[in-house]
Design a protein around this ligand. Structure first.
Ligand code: PAF
Length: 279
């Protein structure tokens, strides 16, 4: 595997490649990331991965400084998966001058759910992803459904800018007890790790209620947040939305069985976890 940090070196390595498939990451790789790479292999060749902890998508009081950085272990994992090039730019490589041009997602998608609680997050994500796409020029890129809203924003960005990159969605990778894998799980204490699968259990019980015909969406959401709070969580939201645009379903949408999804974000101790489940 070639490890490159500059955009010029990356372009040299990839010159003439027409079927590049790309998996962008912020490192601290776990089985979830590796599952994205295994899916990538089915959609193109060569595989390019990136590791870049993108300051633009972190708020001033968020965990940019303490975000886990495990570069040596990450390299070993990517090598085993047959990645051709790892693009690991420094901040100076990717942002040699202040990144003043930014990609702003539409407010009805970018400012809801995660965007409401993490202002500017999706502008930071969209900006870095567009820039990484411009560096790698992939034919296909793979994103996990764990970050469902991110996936949708990137997919819409790619379509609206007519980027030559197809976006492929990978299923969420879960631990045996149901907890969605995330780099932030490493922040959990032992007791919190034992409690953490409750978040997925809550999503399942919300999904079951809807599947069983309970259409009082706001009551289901409220009761779910109350159950989490009673166990010591600080939920930001448990929200049932339409899969197509992440807007709240109307009575008509519910009557017509529009495909739904339940999304959640909640803090356990100092760690904020997100998850979702298609209903
Ligand atoms: O999902 C992530 O790890 C990041 O948001 C991404 C897509 C690599 C952009 O920094």
């Amino acid at each position: 595997m070639k490890i490159v940090s500059s955009i010029d070196e990356l372009r040299d390595q990839l010159r003439g490649q027409l079927r590049t498939v790309f998996v962008p990451t912020m490192g601290n790789l776990h089985e979830g990331h590796l599952s994205l790479i295994r899916l990538a292999r089915k959609h193109g060749d060569p595989i390019v991965a990136s590791i870049f902890v993108n300051r633009l998508q972190f708020g001033p009081n968020e965990d940019f400084d303490k975000y886990p950085r495990t570069f040596a272990a990450d390299i070993e994992k990517l090598e085993k998966e047959g990645v051709y090039v790892l693009f690991a730019p420094t901040e100076r490589d990717l942002y040699p001058e202040p990144q003043e041009f930014r990609v702003q997602p539409p407010p009805d998608l970018g400012n809801i759910l995660e965007g409401e609680f993490r202002p500017g997050f999706f502008t930071g994500v969209s900006t870095v992803v567009l820039k990484l796409f411009s560096c790698v020029q992939p034919r296909v890129a793979v994103f996990g459904k764990k970050d469902y809203q991110q996936l949708m924003i990137i997919r819409n960005m790619s379509r609206q800018f007519a980027l030559p990159t197809d976006i492929i969605a990978a299923e969420t990778w879960r631990a045996e007890d149901g907890l969605a894998l995330s780099s932030r799980n490493t922040y959990l204490t032992e007791a919190e790790r034992a409690e953490a699968p409750t978040l997925y259990a809550e999503l399942q019980s919300v999904a079951d209620a809807v599947r069983n015909g309970d259409l009082n969406v706001s009551l289901i959401e409220k009761q779910s947040m109350e159950r989490l709070a009673a166990r010591g969580w600080k939920p930001d939201y448990v929200s049932i939305r339409k899969r197509i645009d992440l807007q709240p379903p109307t009575a008509g949408d519910l009557a017509q069985n529009s495909p739904l999804i339940v999304l959640t974000a909640a803090k356990l101790g100092a760690t904020r976890l997100i998850d979702n489940l298609e209903i």
